[in-house]
Design a protein around this ligand. Structure first.
Ligand SMILES: [Zn+2]
Ligand SMILES: [Zn+2]
Length: 97
C-alpha cells in the first residue's frame, strides 16, 4: 500500500481544514475531538465516531485546493464513499485522517 497520492504536507493541510471548521463536521455538525481533548474513558469506537477527517470533493487526494477539501466526521465520511463511486476504498480512508 502506498499513500504517495497524498502530498507530504497533507497532515498540516488537513489540520488547517479541521481548525477552520472548528472541529465540527460540515454535514451533521457533530463536534469532534480536538488534538488536545481528553480521550480517557472513551472506547475506540466512540473515539472513531467523533474523529474529524478531511474529504476530497473530487476524490483526488493530490488536489488540496481549499475548495476541494471538506471536514467530515468518520460516519459522514464513510457514507460519502459508500454511496458514491470512489477511487478510494473505505479501507484506505485512514490515509485521509
Ligand atoms: Zn458528520
Ligand atoms: Zn474522502
Amino acid at each position: 500500500m502506498s499513500n504517495s497520492r497524498y502530498s507530504e504536507d497533507w497532515q498540516a493541510i488537513a489540520t488547517a481544514v479541521k481548525e477552520q471548521a472548528r472541529w465540527r463536521c460540515a454535514k451533521c455538525d457533530r463536534q469532534c475531538l480536538r488534538p488536545d481533548d481528553d480521550i480517557t474513558g472513551l472506547t475506540k469506537s466512540e473515539r472513531t465516531k467523533i474523529t474529524l477527517t478531511v474529504h476530497h470533493h473530487n476524490r483526488m487526494p493530490e488536489d488540496n485546493r481549499a475548495e476541494n477539501l471538506i471536514a467530515l466526521c468518520t460516519t459522514c465520511h464513510l457514507a460519502c464513499h459508500t454511496r458514491q463511486q470512489s477511487n478510494i476504498p473505505p479501507g484506505q480512508l485512514s490515509f485521509e485522517f
